[in-house]
Design a protein. Sequence first.
Length: 293
Amino acid sequence: MPAIDLHSHSRYSDGSLSPTELVALAAKAGVKALALTDHDSVSGVPEAQEAALEHGITLIPGVEISASWGVHNVHIIGLQVDIHHPVLVAGLAQQAGARARRAIAIAERLEALGMTGVYEGVLALARDPESISRTHFGQWLYTNGHVTTVQQGFDRYLGPRKPASVPMPWASLEDTVSWILQAGGVPVLAHPGRYPLSRTKMREMMTAFQDAGGLAIEVATATEKPDMVQYLAQLAQQRGLAASQGSDYHGKPAPWIALGRFPKLPKGCEPVWQRWGWAADAFSSEQAAPQLV
Ligand code: AMP
Ligand code: MN
Ligand code: MN
Ligand code: MN
């Protein structure tokens, strides 16, 4: 099992566990190095770092930033970022404000469809107005009997062009990559196979990402089909991009995903952690990654 998991969520976005619980579970699962990559937030990192010290594993400070590329939404992960860097902090504050406003707008749309107590309900789930995600809306729709699965919540109400969809002015792909670089981090294009894009468009987006300074793509993720993993590995090598790997663990919202469980990085990939100076064989030998100083 891969011991390095570079994509996970806590309660500070749409995961169900606290950072402490997440790190404890990762350690129990045999993960030696975990990146906490909450959506548009680094607020859980200090708590996760403290827990990682206790459990003797390495915590990589990370974030998964929502970005716009034309009309498309893409996710840009920042790994090994300085969570206190003012440019990153200001960028994330802007995103959080937009997220809080969007939650009110989504709730209004659902109430216009006859539902009641929507905003109060999702806020109770998310705890903080700035971390309300569509996942919370999906959960609320499910627990209140408006849909029979969370997926149906996206298919009927929350997905693109559905009645409660609110298009978001997320920061541009270029800006998000730039924030991460300025914060000393490595920008990683998250789950490239998951966007509703043709392969041609996906490669075009990858070019825009690289032109902006992007350095790696997520090659191995839990939900990726084997031929997509191979294809992404090939693209990464052709383009001189490093390869990342991770579960995208959320806990309860996606119970079929486990920490540390995802396909192996195909041979020939340059593991992304080499970009911040870890030993080249950290992955293949599955040894503990060195503690960062
Ligand atoms: P947001 O950043 O608030 O727009 O929410 C995006 C999150 O919703 C993603 O990170 C997923 O966790 C979740 N999500 C997106 N699409 C779906 C879907 N079709 N079914 C279930 N969860 C989804
Ligand atoms: Mn999510
Ligand atoms: Mn994502
Ligand atoms: Mn994610």
